[in-house]
Design a protein around this ligand. Structure first.
Ligand code: 13P
Length: 211
């Protein structure tokens, strides 16, 4: 997708996430890889509901700010994911309510707190969701921890903060972030009940067909 279309698409998808309450205030940030190897990133303290396509931050291939407004303070988070995942074309970080709620649970499996309840969790999110320990928002120290976790997964949860999801395209990353939010909601709705999850064979089949 060319740069102008990507700016437009980022603004529209961000507004859609905001309109449905997956982002509030100035929370959340989104980035996408440009055809020239650089990146677009939402500006720091911007509202995802009201992005101006022309003011979206532009970064070079080393994540240096080269145009638009000052980029998100979470540039280290995004860089960690791109450096770990060559196929990543976009990264979405939200404070969406249910995924963030799961990120605050102490008594879950930190390797994957949400079990494979539905096919679309496995297909879109990828079936793994490690919880990365808490770091202050914008802390560069999070980069190695996120990088290491992202080597094995498209999506992760930052403890007590929220989800970070990548995708081959911006649309893929947004769809995966939405699916993760719904999966977290289902998981919390069903918590304490006797669950039938997908079996390991069913998960393997989904990953081999759609992974
Ligand atoms: P920015 O406004 O710098 O993008 O930060 C928002 C956020 O979600 C922090 O995690």
């Amino acid at each position: 997708m060319n740069e102008a279309d990507l700016r437009q698409s980022m603004s529209e998808l961000a507004a859609s996430l905001f309109a449905r309450g997956h982002a509030v205030g100035s929370a959340g940030n989104i980035s996408a890889r440009l055809e020239d190897g650089g990146y677009l990133m939402t500006p720091t303290n911007s509202c995802l509901g009201r992005l101006d396509p022309a003011r979206i931050s532009q970064l070079d291939s080393e994540f240096r700010h080269i145009g638009g407004d000052k980029p998100s303070k979470e540039v280290f988070m995004h860089r960690a994911v791109y450096r770990a995942r060559a196929e990543a074309g976009a990264v979405v970080h939200l404070h969406s309510t249910y995924a963030t709620a799961v990120s605050c649970l102490a008594d879950v499996d930190p390797a994957c707190p949400i079990p494979p309840l539905t096919p679309y969790f496995v297909m879109r999110v990828g079936g793994t969701l490690p919880v990365v320990p808490y770091y202050r928002p914008g802390d560069a120290a999070m980069e190695p921890a996120i990088h290491d976790a992202a080597l094995g997964t498209r999506a992760l949860l930052l403890a007590n903060h929220g989800p970070v999801v990548s995708g081959a395209s911006l649309t893929d990353a947004v769809y995966a972030a939405e699916e993760l939010e719904e999966s977290a909601r289902l998981f919390l709705l069903l918590r304490g009940q006797n669950l039938r999850t997908l079996s390991p064979d069913q998960v393997r089949e989904l990953l081999s067909v759609f992974g």
